[in-house]
Design a protein around this ligand. Structure first.
Ligand SMILES: Cc1ncc(COP(=O)(O)O)c(C=O)c1O
Length: 384
């Protein structure tokens, strides 16, 4: 009897499960997985509670999402990026960004298509490209600076290339693609008539330079699906309310798949998600500043302990090279770390096809309270 398809069990998923089990067994501080240890804004949670207690939001929402949330997403795109989006035809609300990624890849790729992807990858990309029967063509971001190698990107395009999958700010490297890099991608996409799928879930966590959606570049609005969600920007990762925006023709393909994945997403949470998106600028600034100072705390501490640290320009994650501390393999390091120091981290290698490029690298999440980060750093001091 066939019980599973091993094809879809990526090394990343296996390592996350192993590391979470290790954290639970050893009582280690878990800096492995990317979720905050504080809850999102109280007034937003209150609003969600009121909606759940009340009437009218407990049956299936429209597949594309309730009007109020689509309006809020359109206003958010206009307010932050000056993008004009039609809330009736250019938005699909999804069950987290994860479903928007799945529906975009399944909706747009045909078996045999190639899709260029920046690696290291967020792990759902690999599984979804496999499910679509397409082939991923990696473009590797390499330490120490993890910049986009534009010549490698150009060379990756073939007659079978259908799309390009971006993630900026980028998990796990923390790279925020700059205007020059985005322009290079855009000119390639236009020249070869490619669709761009842009995962921007960390859009409000660009610490140094502002985040630039590729859809704002000339010629890109009509060929880009932009994906985001409520999870990272509002410390509500468990809500799983996300969205895709883009031209109506592409969004029809996304909705065509979504209707058979979930049909409709979390109706009672959608009004509060709409309110969250309308938060005043002070919320977004304070949130970004708080995460920036957590980044600085963790990166400074890891550097003092002796790691080579590659400070991220965005996201929840910092990357280090473990070799200065006498290790040469990140997987081995992460397996031993809970016993050695009572901390859990995640090896980069599981996010690469070019496993050598990720071998000595380890990812640490700093979306944790400063006292938790300080305690983790105290524990890690045994490694010096
Ligand atoms: C790059 C990236 N994309 C998408 C997601 C998933 O977002 P959501 O929880 O909204 O499905 C994550 C979560 O870690 C992520 O890091």
């Amino acid at each position: 009897m066939k019980t599973s398809s091993a094809r879809l069990t990526g090394l990343g998923t296996t390592i996350f499960a192993e590391m979470t089990a290790l954290a639970q067994r050893t009582g280690a501080i878990n800096l492995g997985q990317g979720f905050p240890d504080t809850d999102g804004p109280e007034e937003i949670r209150e609003l969600a509670a009121e909606t759940v207690r009340g009437h009218g939001h407990h049956q299936y929402a429209p597949g594309i999402g309730i009007g109020e949330l689509r309006q809020a997403i359109a206003e958010h795109q206009h307010r932050w990026y000056d993008l004009d989006i039609d809330p009736d035809t250019e938005i699909v609300v999804s069950t987290g960004a994860t479903e928007a990624i799945a529906a975009s890849l399944l909706g747009l790729l045909d078996p045999g298509d190639e899709i260029i992807v920046l690696e290291p990858y967020y792990d759902s990309y690999v599984a979804m490209i496999q499910m679509a029967g397409a082939t991923r063509v990696p473009v590797t971001l390499r330490a120490p600076d993890f910049r986009l190698p534009i010549n490698v990107l150009r060379a990756a395009v073939t007659p079978r290339t259908a799309a390009l999958l971006l993630n900026t700010p980028h998990n796990p490297t923390g790279t925020v693609l700059n205007r020059g890099e985005l322009e290079a991608i855009a000119s390639l996409a236009v020249a070869h008539d490619l669709v761009v799928i842009s995962d921007e879930v960390y859009e409000h966590l660009a610490f140094d330079e502002p985040h630039v959606p590729i859809a704002t570049l000339p010629g890109m609005r009509e060929r880009t699906i932009t994906i985001s969600s409520i999870g990272k920007s509002f410390s509500l990762t468990g809500w799983k309310i996300g969205w895709a925006t883009g031209p109506a023709e592409l969004l029809r393909s996304v909705m065509g798949v979504k209707q058979f994945l979930s049909y409709t997403s979390g109706a009672p949470l959608q009004p509060a998600a709409a309110a969250a998106l309308g938060s005043d600028s002070a919320y977004f600034e304070e949130f970004r500043d708080r995460l920036r100072s957590q980044r600085d705390l963790l990166c400074g501490g890891l550097r003092e302990i002796g790691f080579e640290v590659f400070p991220p320009q965005g996201t929840y994650f910092a990357t280090t090279d473990v070799r200065p501390l006498g290790f040469d393999d990140g997987i081995d390091f992460c397996r031993r770390l809970p016993e050695l120091a009572g901390v859990v981290a995640v090896p980069h290698e599981v996010f690469y096809d070019d496993r050598q490029a990720g071998r000595p690298l380890v990812r640490w999440a700093f979306c944790k309270r400063p006292e938790v980060l300080a305690e983790a750093l105290d524990r890690l001091a045994v490694l010096t």
